[in-house]
Design a protein around this ligand. Structure first.
Ligand code: AP5
Ligand code: MG
Length: 188
């Protein structure tokens, strides 16, 4: 199965993708995780991305696509994948389409996790107090939600237009949401 998991910051993309990876043996490809690994390793790419990420802006399409192309060459992708955090604007949707067409692995389903803003803010504030993600400060969270509305929300329409979009309620317990996703994947 080749899935794009969509949703606002804090909607649970990373949490759910990690469980689906375990249960279904799919590769979990998070561009945010790939970027944070580059920042942690202090690579040239990471140095370029660090300040942009801390502000909550999008890293350039070119950088992220290059990183994704490299990741797509790894062996685990052959079993199927869940993309988490990509695509994030319409240009990325088109670049992804071309990349996946080239390697003969088109997206089969896009799933939008629907979560109200109040819940997103609560979850990200809770994470800020536990973990040390540089972009979970109140200013960056506000900025990330604005970027999501302006640039990433149209990605949902892109997949709806291709008849690939499904929506899942992203509130409730982690297990409840995961069961909704498994039910959806099993029924399709
Ligand atoms: P990225 O890492 O993709 O961050 P994000 O989209 O802002 O989303 P989060 O990771 O914050 O949320 P999530 O939906 O994964 O939720 P999670 O499961 O963690 O991107 C970070 C940055 O990298 C971007 O701002 C940008 O700069 C750059 N970047 C990445 N991709 C890019 C791209 N394609 N193009 C350009 N730039 C890019 O859950 C959130 C919290 O809630 C966790 O603490 C979790 O434990 C908790 N939680 C989850 N589910 C539940 C639940 N059901 N109940 C209670 N708590 C829950
Ligand atoms: Mg995430």
């Amino acid at each position: 199965m080749r899935i794009v998991l969509l949703g606002a910051p804090g909607s649970g993309k990373g949490t759910q993708a990690a469980i689906l990876k375990q249960k279904l043996g799919l590769a979990h490809i998070s561009t945010g995780d790939l970027l944070r690994a580059q920042v942690a390793a202090g690579t040239e790419l990471g140095i370029k991305a660090k300040a942009v990420m801390e502000r909550g802006e999008l890293v350039s399409d070119e950088i992220v696509l290059g990183m994704l192309e490299e990741r797509m060459r790894e062996a685990d992708v052959a079993k199927g994948f869940i993309l988490d955090g990509y695509p994030r604007n319409v240009a990325q949707c088109e670049a992804l389409d071309q990349l996946l067409q080239r390697i003969g692995m088109p997206v089969q389903m896009a799933i939008q996790l629907d979560v109200d803003e109040a819940v997103l803010l609560d979850r990200l504030a809770a994470r800020a107090s536990k973990e040390n993600r540089a972009d979970d400060s109140p200013d960056s969270v506000r900025f990330r939600l604005g970027v999501y509305q302006a640039q990433t929300a149209p990605v949902v329409d892109f997949y709806a237009g291709k008849q690939l979009l499904q929506r899942v309620a992203g509130t409730g317990s982690v297990e409840q949401i995961n069961q909704r996703l498994l039910d959806l994947l099993q029924s399709s």
